[in-house]
Design a protein around this ligand. Structure first.
Ligand code: SF4
Length: 147
């Protein structure tokens, strides 16, 4: 299991995503960007990339900049600490209604706010429906027991 930053431990979004299981929340994405940037430098990839098909079309300066940006900003703080996509309709709606988890909402079954997450959103909603009546702590404990 990936190392979990302290600020993420015990956090769960109202959508039911466990932050420790999310690679944005557990730092994997930011760490990967940082490492990739390091590897590109370590192995001098820019120097010989032009010898490979399409390699001369890569803007390594822009890539480097993008990786630095990802390393800095992709370490999500979790919804409870103001992280996550700022415009997530699930979080905004749950907050407005005062629900820690959407499983407390009577409108969950027909809720369309999960649609932007596609099939993953359908799964999350299904799990929350099954979890009706349970607190966030009970859910986290139960899911940890599954692993
Ligand atoms: S309507 Fe209910 S289930 Fe849907 S996002 Fe808002 S709080 Fe969650």
């Amino acid at each position: 299991m990936h190392w979990v930053p302290m600020h993420i431990k015990g956090q769960m979004g109202p959508c039911g995503i466990i932050c420790a299981d999310c690679d944005l929340g557990n730092g994997m994405v930011a760490e990967t960007a940082k490492r990739l940037k390091g590897y590109l430098t370590l192995y001098g990839v820019e120097e010989w990339a032009r010898l490979l098909p399409g390699g001369d079309e890569i803007d390594f300066k822009a890539l480097n900049k993008a990786l630095s940006w990802l390393a800095e900003y992709m370490g999500c703080q979790g919804c409870e600490r103001g992280g996550g996509p700022p415009d997530c309709p699930i979080r905004l709606c749950a907050r407005e209604h005062g629900y820690e988890l959407c499983s407390k909402c009577p409108e969950l079954e027909g809720c369309t706010k999960f649609n932007w997450l596609g099939e993953y959103g359908v799964q999350l909603r299904g799990k929350l429906l099954e979890a009706r009546g349970k607190s966030k702590e009970e859910l986290l404990r139960g899911l940890q027991g599954e692993r």
